[in-house]
Each structure stands twice: as C-alpha cells, then as structure tokens.
Design a protein around this ligand. Structure first.
Ligand code: SF4
Length: 226
C-alpha cells in the first residue's frame, strides 16, 4: 500500500475539485439514472472486458435473446453460451465465467435479485461482489454505480490515465488500488457526474496517444500538458 501524507492528499483534493468544476462547465452536470438491473449489469460488465462498447452490447443482446432468462442461462451448455457471445471476444473464458457467477449467486441467494446490495454499506456490497469468481474492483464498482447510484468510482482505462496525468494518483498506484484512493478524495455527490465527464474527456480530448492539450479545458491546471 502506497501512503501519502496529508499535505499531499489535500493538494490532490484541491486539484480534483478544480477538475470537477472545469469539466462540469464544459460538459454539464450529469444526473444519475439506473442503466440496467444489477444482475444484467454484472453479466454485461463481464462481457465488456477487453472489448468495445459496441461488441459488448451486441454480445449481451444476443445472450438475452437466446436464453430469455438468467435461470436458463445458468443451466445452458457452455458451448451454447459461447456461440451466443462470440462477437464480444474471449467467448470461451467469458461463457464459463458468466455461468459460474450465475450458479454461485443462485446457490447463495436462490434468485438473481441483487437488490439486497442496496441495504449494505458500500464496503460490504463491494466485498460481496468481489467474492464472486473473476469479479474485481472495477466490475463491482460498475454494478454499484450504474445500478444503485452508490458514490463509487469505476476506474476504467480513461479514468486511470487521466488520474495519473492530472496528478490525482501517482504512477506507482495500480488501477485496482486507484478505486478507493479516488473515492476517498471525491465528494460523494460529485462522483457520478465526475466519472462520466472524465471518461468523456478521455475519449474526446485527453486520448492515450496525442492528447489535444492545446484545446483542453484542463490545460491551466494539468501538470502533464504538452
Ligand atoms: S492538458 Fe493535455 S494531458 Fe492534460 S488533461 Fe488536457 S489533454 Fe490531457
């Protein structure tokens, strides 16, 4: 665990707050609304690993069309699941993972209704999700953020890259650890909108290669400006 002193943390919080304001001015404040029910979000997020949004949506829609319910999907032959999601890539691994996760959830709670997570505190809900095979901090955060509106910060490739470039985290921090470090520094009521705006900024302006620093609204506060 990499420790930082309180002065360092205070300056990072200041930097985050300035970033929140500038991005909000540029893109507006984004209100939370539920994207999918929790079990669908969990399955969708497994499908989305290492592939584009378009491929993930195609694979998810194909899965739902073929199996109609998570009960049927849980008991389906793995080859049949694989063929439904082949467009999403890594179909073999993802098919087994989805079936395994669904079977464990069903054995544990007797249904696929994950609404009980909303009664838990954030750490407890995260731990429950992370106890499932192959579910790490990012997937747990996506489910809690997008299905329940909890103030958690999924750290995808854009959030991770921008957090380093803007100095919220140092280069030694890995993406898994970045979740909690960032969450502790962001006001809960700002997390969702900041998450959405930072991703948008990463996609449109601060791309991995060739960031558009000259036209970036964060250029006045960015230590990585080129
Ligand atoms: S100034 Fe450049 S490096 Fe910094 S956030 Fe903007 S685009 Fe990214």
């Amino acid at each position: 665990m990499i420790k930082s002193n309180s002065k360092d943390t205070a300056s990072k919080i200041k930097q985050i707050n300035k970033t929140i304001k500038l991005l909000q001015k540029e893109y507006g404040e984004i209100d939370w609304e539920a994207r999918r029910d929790p079990i669908s979000e969990l399955v969708y997020t497994i499908l989305s690993q290492h592939t584009s949004d378009i491929n993930s949506i195609r694979a998810f829609n194909s899965l739902i069309k073929k199996f109609k319910s998570f009960e049927l999907l849980k008991d389906a032959p793995v080859k049949s699941v694989e063929s439904a999601i082949y467009r999403g890539g890594l179909a073999k691994i993802k098919a087994s993972r989805i079936k395994e996760v669904l079977q464990i959830i069903y054995e544990n709670i007797g249904s696929f209704d994950l609404s009980f997570l909303s009664e838990m505190d954030i750490d407890e809900a995260k731990s429950w999700l992370k106890s499932l095979p192959g579910i790490g901090p990012k997937t747990a955060a996506i489910v809690l953020c997008f299905s329940f509106g909890m103030p958690v910060m999924p750290v995808d490739t854009h959030i991770f890259r921008l957090s380093k470039r803007l100095g919220f985290i140092n280069n030694k921090i890995n993406a898994d650890d970045a979740h909690e470090i960032l969450e502790e520094m962001i006001k809960p009521d700002k997390v969702f909108s900041f998450h959405m705006n930072l991703i948008r900024h990463g996609r449109e302006v601060c791309q991995a290669r060739g960031p558009k620093c000259a036209s970036c609204v964060l250029s006045t506060i960015c230590p990585s400006k080129e």
